[in-house]
Every structure is written in structure tokens, then in C-alpha cells.
Design a binder for this molecule. Sequence first.
Ligand SMILES: C[S@@+](CC[C@H](N)C(=O)[O-])C[C@H]1O[C@@H](n2cnc3c(N)ncnc32)[C@H](O)[C@@H]1O
Length: 315
Amino acid sequence: MPDEVVRLAAPAPGETVVDGTFGAGGHARLLAPHLAPGGTYVGVDRDATAEPRFEAFAREVAPLATRFVRAPFPDAFAQLAEDGVSADAVILDVGVSSMQLDEVERGFSYAHDAPLDMRMDQSAGEPASELLARLDEGELARTFRELGEERHAGRIARAIVRTRDADPFTRSGQLVDVILAALPPAVRFAPGGHPARRVFQALRIAVNDELGMLDRGLDAALELLVPGGRLVVMSFHSLEDRIVKRRFEAWLGHCTCPPGLPVCVCGAVTVAEPVVRGLSRPTEAEVATNPRAASTRLRAVRRVEPPRPVNGGVR
Ligand SMILES: C[S@@+](CC[C@H](N)C(=O)[O-])C[C@H]1O[C@@H](n2cnc3c(N)ncnc32)[C@H](O)[C@@H]1O
């Protein structure tokens, strides 16, 4: 949905865009030309491999001012705010990139045997192999159920715990074998996606604390925006989208006055207003050219400063 991202972020000459998930710079290359002359593009990514890609992007868009921050986006936004940076638009395109999925050695994929790592930032945190060794059976089952919507979470967790003492998990192929063996044959051979995909998704989300990052990152993004600044968030998972939807609804404000009052007296305020109503989804043509786009959910709000009474104070 690249055109939609540009439309909602509405970059203009001289403005500053903060891209919390630079990745390969696909969105950056669409947004940056709108900032010239005089604008600034700030790229953030926790993955070390994004930095050389950002340097190449910075050379392409010179003389536009650019800056890269390698950090989780909640921390990067806080750092930028501390440095006195404010943004006219912040964009977040959360989750793992196609490139990370395709880099076999990162261990994100169930389709290839590789070290079971799955960290977006390989210099920090706990790889998937350590998480699988540390969590107890109940915690593993809950992770697979809640983050992967895996119906056989209990069976798979039990099989992992039974196997890991004798044979600690170090490789993705080993995990795929244990998942397949734990599933009933009807599920193992059912048409549709790979039977291990839900557990792999759950592990990746847990290893990278993706939901916690989003939860903290949204508040930090709002803080970074100038009055009238836009926040555009793309997510791929219903759990992520629920976090975005709830936070945006809270920012729109809810009047809790008893019914019958002509004016609002509860003090509810609006700190953001919608740029687009609800959810924006990809077109059929976009899904046809990029099937991974099928589950994209796009939401956008504009910061309102100073906060104003909900509905202008009228009930
Ligand atoms: C879906 S890709 C973004 C693709 C990018 N918009 C583009 O057009 O190329 C997500 C990127 O964000 C990074 N990322 C995900 N979560 C992050 C977080 N909490 N903090 C910083 N970077 C993050 C990943 O490392 C990955 O490179």
C-alpha cells in the first residue's frame, strides 16, 4: 500500500519524517523526495543490516538531511525527543521484513534448517533456542496459542519439553521435526500453510517482544509529533492491529458524562484525530502482485495539540 502510506503521511518540503522501521528503505524512497528542499529523513531499525542500506539511501537522496538510529523504535523515539527532534510524520511498518525471512541463517523460516535465532537485533536479547529452553510447558503453550493462534499448542509444548533435556533445540529443522511429530496426521497433512508456521510466528513475536514494542512505541511516537503531525501504522497481525486500534481510540477520547447533560463536564480530551476512518486495506491488484500484502492493516491519526475537549465539549 505504498501510495496510501504517502497519502496518509502527507510529507511536504522542509518537513521531518521519522521512519521507525526503515528495513530496506522502500517507504523511505517514496517519502523522502517530497521533503526536498530542506527536509530531514530519520531512519530507525534495530537490525544491524539496515544501517548500510540506510547509508546507501542517504547517498541517493543527498543533499536531503538524513540520520540513522539503530535501536528499538520506542527507545529511538525517546532518544530523538531528547535530542530536540520533532516529527511532522512518523511511520511504523511493524514485524519482520521479507529480507529477514529470506535470510536463511537468521532462523526465521520453517522452510530451511538454520540456527534457531530469530532476533531482529542479533546483538541483544534471547535467541529462540534459549527461549525454548527457558519457558515451562504452560508458558510455551500460552505463547503458541496467544501469539500464533495454534490450536495444538498444548501437544506441541509437551513434545518440546519432553525432547529438550536430551536434545536441546539449536536448529530450526529440529523444531519443525518435533512439531510435525506432535501433530495428529490429519493436521500434519492438511492442505494450507506449513504446519509449523504458527509456532514459528509465535516464537518470532515473543523473541522480539513485538507487541510490547508496539505498545510502548505508539506513545513515544505521539510524543515526537508536532501539532498536526501524522502517525501512520502498518501491521500484519490481528494482535498488533488490536493494540493500534485501541490506542488510537483512546487518543480520540471518550466522554464518560452521565446521559442527559448538554455539555461535557468529565474533562475527556482528544489528543489525536483520524486521518483515515478505521482501517485501510490493500486493493486486490496489490495483493495479486504481492501476496504478503494481503494481511496488511493500515491506520493513521493526526496529533491534536493542545488536547481539546471531545466533540468540542458538546454531548
Ligand atoms: C516490515 S519491515 C519494514 C520495511 C520497510 N518499511 C521498507 O519499506 O523497506 C520491518 C523492519 O523494521 C524493523 N523493526 C521491527 N520491529 C522493530 C522495532 N521494535 N524497533 C526497530 N526496528 C524494528 C525490522 O528489523 C525490519 O527491518
